[in-house]
Ligand binder design. Structure first.
Ligand SMILES: [Zn+2]
Length: 181
């Protein structure tokens, strides 16, 4: 089944009537859905870098002069996508009774001795990018390190020109912090 860009835009924006959404969901995906999705996203943002992969609401891995970086739709850049972008975000931690009560009022509130809620915000536009609820002191979760080269090579059948080593480089950021302190 083929869909127009206009119809897919309405689908992504949640503007399509439910019976049509259901119809689309129950059919196999069209082969070029990923490309159409990227095309729709790309024209929404003023920046020129090519989007390689959406990472979730607001965030994208883009190609910036050969570097693969995480970028917010507002234009703020978080650096190499192999380093957890959360380490470069603004972080608000709810780790006491009063701040936890603001989002979990009454008896639903978790025990601040056991649990903390971390909110991650974009330093450029202040959008909330992620929330994680974890045991106290738990390391910051790196949720998604995509294997972009395998995705383009094996799933889309068109490898990216310069393949990169696929590894988590987050420790480079934290070891740098260790050296400075
Ligand atoms: Zn932003």
């Amino acid at each position: 089944m083929e869909y127009s860009i206009g119809e897919l835009k309405d689908l992504f924006d949640g503007k399509l009537p439910w019976n049509r959404v259901k119809q689309i969901m129950s059919h196999p995906k069209d082969d070029d859905r990923f490309d159409k999705y990227i095309e729709i996203l790309q024209e929404r943002f003023p920046w020129p870098e090519r989007i390689l992969l959406p990472l979730g609401e607001h965030l994208y891995v883009v190609d910036k002069a050969g570097e693969r970086i995480v970028k917010c739709d507002c234009g703020h850049e978080f650096g190499d996508y192999r380093r957890n972008w959360k380490l470069s975000a603004l972080i608000f931690v709810r780790d006491d009774y009063d701040t936890l009560q603001e989002i979990y009022p009454g008896i639903r509130s978790p025990d601040p001795k056991l649990c903390e809620v971390r909110e991650y915000y974009c330093p450029g536009c202040a959008s909330m990018l992620k929330v994680e609820s974890v045991p106290v002191g738990y390391p910051i979760i790196f949720e998604f390190l995509p294997d972009i080269d395998s995705f383009y090579r094996e799933w889309l059948g068109r490898p990216l020109s310069e393949e990169r080593e696929f590894k988590d480089m987050t420790y480079e950021v934290t070891s740098e912090w260790g050296r400075r302190s």
